[in-house]
Design a protein around this ligand. Structure first.
Ligand SMILES: [Zn+2]
Ligand SMILES: [Zn+2]
Length: 106
């Protein structure tokens, strides 16, 4: 068993594990980062394991009209399938936007 530690802040004690099938989802109690503790990260599309870690914002869905970043999730971007997204992420040095915005634009 390898030691688990938070990719964002390095915390290795105050971590919460939540099992969901084969996947264990870890939440860092210190900075709020969420990630899946699983096998080697793999691209679901092309199957490469040459993926790059990235942080994705998790926003609050319940508060007014202002979106606020609640915490972050560790995801992986594929250089083959998501080159633009990966390039944008590396250039912006800020978390990826969430997959789905909780509010409709209108
Ligand atoms: Zn952390
Ligand atoms: Zn891929």
């Amino acid at each position: 068993m390898s030691l688990i530690s938070c990719a964002n802040c390095g915390e290795d004690e105050n971590l919460d594990g939540d099992r969901d099938g084969d996947i264990i989802e870890i939440t860092c109690q210190k900075c709020g980062l969420v990630w899946e503790r699983d096998l080697t990260p793999t691209c679901e599309t092309c199957g490469t394991t040459d993926v790059r870690p990235a942080f994705q914002a998790i926003v609050d869905k319940s508060r007014g009209t202002q979106l606020s970043i609640q915490s972050m999730r560790l995801v992986h971007l594929c250089p083959n399938c998501q080159p633009d997204l990966l390039a944008d992420y590396l250039a912006s040095k800020s978390p990826l936007p969430p997959d789905e915005l909780p509010f409709d634009p209108d």
